[in-house]
Structure formats: structure tokens, C-alpha cells
Ligand binder design. Sequence first.
Ligand SMILES: NC(=O)c1ccc[n+]([C@@H]2O[C@H](COP(=O)([O-])OP(=O)(O)OC[C@H]3O[C@@H](n4cnc5c(N)ncnc54)[C@H](OP(=O)(O)O)[C@@H]3O)[C@@H](O)[C@H]2O)c1
Length: 306
Amino acid sequence: MRAVCLHRRGGPEAIVVGDVPAPEPGPDEVLIDVRAAGVTPTELTWLPTWTTPEGAERKLPVVPGHELSGVVRSVGSAVTDLAPGDAVFGMNDWYRDGAQAEHCLAHAHEVAAKPRSIDHVLAAITPISALTAWQGLVERARVEPGERVLVHGGAGAVGSFALQLARLLGARVLTTVSGRNVALMRELGAELTIDRHTTRFEDVARDVDVVFDTVGGDTLERSWRVLRPGGRLVTVAAAGERTDDPRVAAAFFIVRPDRAQLARIAASIDAGEVRPLAGERFPLAEARRAYETRPAHGKHVLVIDA
Ligand SMILES: NC(=O)c1ccc[n+]([C@@H]2O[C@H](COP(=O)([O-])OP(=O)(O)OC[C@H]3O[C@@H](n4cnc5c(N)ncnc54)[C@H](OP(=O)(O)O)[C@@H]3O)[C@@H](O)[C@H]2O)c1
């Protein structure tokens, strides 16, 4: 099958498109005909892209891109709740081959029925970002209606879902973005949008109940002081994985697949309550360019021809 491949550890320059053997599903797995797969450029710097859970080097080539939308092609003998022909979206295990290929494997619990109101392209850019936002807001920060939530990077892939889901939970949302995205943030429900190039957020955001950080670095460092006493901070920015600061380590988490949460997110999309923000579409053959160019907002997606 055609697949995006990395035959050596590296960045976008190491990406090629080639042929690899099609995978076979194990007993609790499904084989999916991928229609589209999201592009998460920072994934090329994450350890699970290159190592096993035990820390050994992973077998090469690696197929990247762990979120997808597609159609179930076949199911393992123990899978009873999915069948060939089902349209699904989801994210698969970081430590296995990803979805930027004609077919990919996922455990049955890693996928859910695709939202009906959007196409595979928009569904494919939803799972990682929406699950990260949901798990940060609901499981970690336990956001309550009426609370003030500051989302850093509200026009980004994760940030745009965090903003919309925080609104859906009844929070009042403040967000930081670049100037070109200010109007879009209002459209998505932000009460206050701060242009990070012209205003320091700590000058206008105070006594915040929850900071949801997708940026890290100096932005994260300056965020502690805008929290009210007892306020909570969560960060997903990649650098949190390797921090020495115990406060940051406690605020950092890594998203995990969750079928029930995916179903909840799909229902909100179909109800028109939240929507994925698309960057550009690229054919599989142009995967390297998709990793090299930054979207103005949202996330790029690779489209796999059926
Ligand atoms: N821990 C996890 O489980 C997990 C899961 C998914 C992603 N991540 C990580 O989360 C981070 C964000 O991922 P993403 O996919 O949402 O990336 P993204 O789409 O590139 O979003 C990042 C956003 O940050 C904004 N930004 C950059 N510098 C900023 C600053 N100084 N202040 C405010 N905003 C700034 C950019 O917006 P403007 O252009 O508008 O400034 C951009 O939209 C990455 O580090 C990624 O690796 C972690």
C-alpha cells in the first residue's frame, strides 16, 4: 500500500512516500481504509514516534499521523461492535504505525462512528485535538459553568477545540492569538480575544479560573500569575514532556484514545455546537510540504484517494 514513510529519524526532510506491506488486523483490531489523516508536525519530535514503550528503537520505516477518518475494511475475530463498511474516525496508538497510508490498524476502542454532518477531511483533523481539549478541560481542570478560561493559541488545532468546548461547558472564554485570527475567535465564542503581538495577556486577563496552554515557553511561564488563588493550569505544549519544573510536570498530560469521548464530540459536531478548523488539504504525495508549511489556523490534512 502507499504510505508516508520515515526511513530514518528526522524532521519533514526525512519524509518520503512509498510502498509498505498492508497490515493485518489482530483479534481486537480493525483494518481501516483511510480517507483522510491529520498532520501534527510536532509528532516528529515526540519519543513514541521513534521508540517502543520500553525505550528501544522502533523498527523502520515509521508511518506517521495518528488520527484519521475512513471506512472499516475488516475486523478481528473479537470485534463485535464494528463491521466492514462502517464510517469511523479516531486516533490510534502512538507506538504503532500511523494513518498516513491507504490502510491503517486501530484497536476497536480507539475509533467511533464518524460525525455524519462533516466529511472525512474535517473528521480526520478532529480526534487528537478535540480529545486533548476535552481531557484537559473536563478530566484535568474540571471546568465549571461560569468560570473564566484562558486558552492560549485559540486558533490552533487544539486551541480552537479548547475554546469551543469550554464555551459548551458554560465557561467564559478569553484567548490569545495572532491579529489575523481575532475575528475568527469571536465567531467561535471567545468573550475576549487578545492579539499576542500587541498586548501582553497578563495586562488584560486577571483572576482566571483555568489556563489551557497549547503554546508553552514564556507564555506558560507568565500564565501562573493570571490565575486566581486556587485556579488551575493545564498545558499540552510539547516541551512539557521533558520539563524539570514539577509544577509544569503536574500540569502536563498526554492525550489518549477514548471512544465514549469521541462519540460525545461527534454528537456536538452534528448538533452544530463545535466545528473543526481546517488548514489546507494535501494529497498523500505532498506529505512533506504539509509538514513544512504552517496553517494560518487549524490543522492541515492529507487526503487519500480511494
Ligand atoms: N500533550 C498532548 O497530548 C498533545 C496533543 C496534541 C498536541 N500537543 C502539543 O500542543 C501544542 C499545540 O498543538 P497544535 O496541534 O494545536 O498546534 P498548532 O495548531 O500549531 O497551534 C499552536 C498555536 O499557537 C499559537 N501560538 C504560537 N506562539 C504563540 C504565543 N507565543 N502565544 C500565543 N499563541 C501562540 C499559534 O497561533 P497564532 O498563529 O494565532 O499566533 C498556533 O495557532 C504542540 O506543542 C503540540 O505538540 C500535545
